[in-house]
Design a protein around this ligand. Sequence first.
Ligand code: GLY
Length: 295
Amino acid sequence: MLLAVHGGAGERKPDKNALKKLSESLASGYTILRNSGTAVDAVIESIMVLENSGIFNAGAGGNLQFDGVRRLDASIMEGKKLRAGSVIGIEGIRNPIKVAQLIMDSPHVTLTHIGAKKIADKNNLDLLPEPDKKSLEKLRKTKKKERKLVNIFKQYFSTVGAVALDMYGNLAAGASTGGIPAMLPGRVGDTPIIGAGIYAENSAGAIACSGIGENIIRLSLAKEICMNLKNMTPYKAAMLSLRRLSKIGGEAGVIVINKKGQFAIIHTTKYMASGYAHKKSIVVKEGFKRILPVF
Ligand code: GLY
């Protein structure tokens, strides 16, 4: 059994609170695995802890789009039957990852706000208050500085994600985000795109990505790494795809686990707040293995 989580890849050093919250998230998620729970439930639990914290770019802490609205994305996938659920641009809901899970259990795979909100309301999911003054002020400053959307690559993205292997040999991957620091209304990144931001298949592995979604989508990064895993270690599989991503100008970090429980946490960015839980140990760091971008 193994659980790995991340709190985003980027250029800004993650603070102590973020690392502490990642430990809490790993502890909660791993308790589920230890008590014979499923990889899906462990991933959902870990991500909910991070969404609720308000200190990551997900759930209560999600970035605002340029019109001042917080539109959140999330996804979940399980590797046994390749069931998946994702939500695009949901507003006013604290835990988009729960919405993604409910969508996975519906006949659909991906819903935008209009249908997803109906499912969330029907299931009495917790609501998110309107953005406070502080978030609106932060957006005002970002808009002033990033009007042309050129400097978004130099920041700490803090999308959150998790991958898990449970005692039944099942894998799962999930992710949740408020997008990137500066974005036009309606922008969608990699997180809710199955195969881009996440992927899971029991015969290979499970992957969750963080970084600039635009480039991750162009490479279907998670799916590509998953295919590599069929005949490579997680380290090599991730390395190869991240190098390809760098060549098209992408910056990202990934957490990767294979069916044997081997895993890798690799990023092209300076930092990727992340960690893993295995047996009795929980390890969290501001970054693991960095590979330098090849341009
Ligand atoms: N990786 C998160 C996003 O681009 O939206």
